[in-house]
Design a protein around this ligand. Structure first.
Ligand SMILES: *[C@@H]1O[C@H](CO)[C@@H](O)[C@H](O)[C@H]1NC(C)=O
Ligand SMILES: *[C@@H]1O[C@H](CO)[C@@H](O)[C@H](O)[C@H]1NC(C)=O
Ligand SMILES: *[C@@H]1O[C@H](CO)[C@@H](O)[C@H](O)[C@H]1NC(C)=O
Ligand SMILES: *[C@@H]1O[C@H](CO)[C@@H](O)[C@H](O)[C@H]1NC(C)=O
Length: 359
């Protein structure tokens, strides 16, 4: 049963707050609520504070989710989501229904929190656990800060990306702890001017740009800095992945990865332009996504695979201006040296290079 009274109460509070000519405020008290899908739509007359003190639990009955989102803010300018509370996606019963890791045309399960066409927002001091699909998704939005958020789901939970960004610019993510089943943070097409700092990531698949080049007419990804982050036990650290045989010829450029610690990470540095999780790809056609101006600087720690640096670019459009500066990555197997592998890369390396640079 959907608890209609809770949904109704939040929706009518939203309606009032949104129509308020100053700062509207919504408070979710320190209790536990089971809440169905919720769309909180602007434009509003003034900025809104959504104070989540309690625990909102998503319904487990998937049939009541008509879209692929649980809680969505749309068309709001000026939003603060805070309060120390928790969004619990109750994903465990949904994960077995997720076909996306196997099937290209899968049904997408609900993301816990989505900001769509939102500007000037801060999400601060809340937790997200066990999302059915992504924990958070920032889409079509501008000037968004996410800070001091805790995100967690089991490492085997499918597609539970921590924070996914797409078609958005001016995004700042900092001081957060993310441990989940897929990417801690992922950047899709149209992400620009993104800055990420002071993040603990693990378990998870690391911080990823991509997958890019899956669909025609994708937008470029330009401008990313990742600074002072720690990865522990993740499958990847810093990753850029583009589809083999991509229909789109786009650019991914101007990325800086600086001051990063890797603890027991399988692929600490990886560019993969032959990404193809399904057997159906056309391996004869190289990726058409151009990767340009990417610096990896002061990256240190341990790799759980021997190839600590793996830069596999497209035969069709080689990577350009890739810089390796002060890399110190050791293979966890004592006495066996880590290695670096490159294909179709143009760039430079300088400073310390362990493993020896392949550029
Ligand atoms: C996030 O986790 C840290 C460390 O466990 C804790 O100190 C902090 O209060 C948590 N934040 C929230 C919003 O729950
Ligand atoms: C990048 O985003 C920040 C907000 O995070 C904004 O202040 C800055 O003006 C943006 N810079 C560009 C070049 O768009
Ligand atoms: C780097 O991150 C750590 C852990 O989050 C933090 O304590 C430290 O202040 C950060 N350093 C800088 C220069 O931001
Ligand atoms: C290369 O990327 C950095 C940010 O990582 C940026 O500041 C710089 O302007 C870019 N250089 C070129 C030539 O685009």
């Amino acid at each position: 049963m959907i608890n209609l009274s809770i949904l109704q109460a939040i929706l009518s509070a939203w309606k009032e707050a949104c129509a308020w000519d100053g700062m509207g405020r919504i408070l979710i008290p320190k209790e536990t609520f089971i809440v169905g899908p919720l769309v909180l739509k602007g434009p509003c007359k003034g900025p809104i504070v959504f104070q989540l003190k309690g625990v909102m639990k998503a319904h487990t009955d998937l049939s009541i989710f008509k879209s692929d989102v649980w809680i969505e803010f749309q068309y709001v300018k000026g939003l603060l989501v805070t309060g120390g509370g928790t969004l619990d996606g109750q994903g465990a019963s949904a994960w077995p229904h997720n076909q996306c890791p196997k099937n290209f045309k899968c049904k997408i399960l609900p993301t816990s929190l989505k900001l769509s066409f939102v500007t000037d927002a801060t999400v601060q001091g809340i937790s997200s656990i066990n999302s059915k699909f992504f924990h958070m998704n920032i889409f079509g939005s501008k000037n968004i800060k996410l800070q001091a958020v805790n995100i967690s789901a089991p490492d085997e939970s499918p597609n539970t990306d921590g924070i996914h960004i797409g078609s958005s610019s001016g995004i700042k993510i900092s001081r957060s702890i993310i441990g989940t089943g897929d990417d801690c943070i992922s950047l899709g097409p149209g992400s620009s001017n993104v800055s990420i700092s002071n993040i603990f990531c693990g378990p998870g698949h690391g911080i990823s740009v991509g997958s890019l080049g899956k669909y025609p007419n994708e937008e470029d990804v330009v401008g990313l800095t990742v600074r002072n982050c720690t990865f522990t036990g993740t499958t990847n650290g810093l990753r850029i992945k583009t589809w083999e045989a991509s229909p789109a010829s786009t650019t991914a450029s101007s990325f800086t990865f600086d001051d990063i610690v890797m603890n027991n990470v399988y692929n600490p540095i990886i560019i993969d332009q032959e990404y193809c999780p399904y057997k159906s790809c056309n391996l004869e056609t190289p990726s058409r996504v151009k990767i340009d101006n990417v610096s990896f600087k002061n990256i240190r720690g341990t790799s759980s695979s021997q190839v600590a640096v793996n830069i596999l670019c497209s035969k069709g459009v080689p990577c350009q201006n890739v810089k390796l500066i002060d890399i110190n990555l050791a293979y966890i197997v004592q006495g066996v040296a880590a290695t670096a592998a490159c294909a179709n890369v143009r760039g430079t390396s300088s400073g310390l290079q362990i493993p020896p640079s392949c550029i």
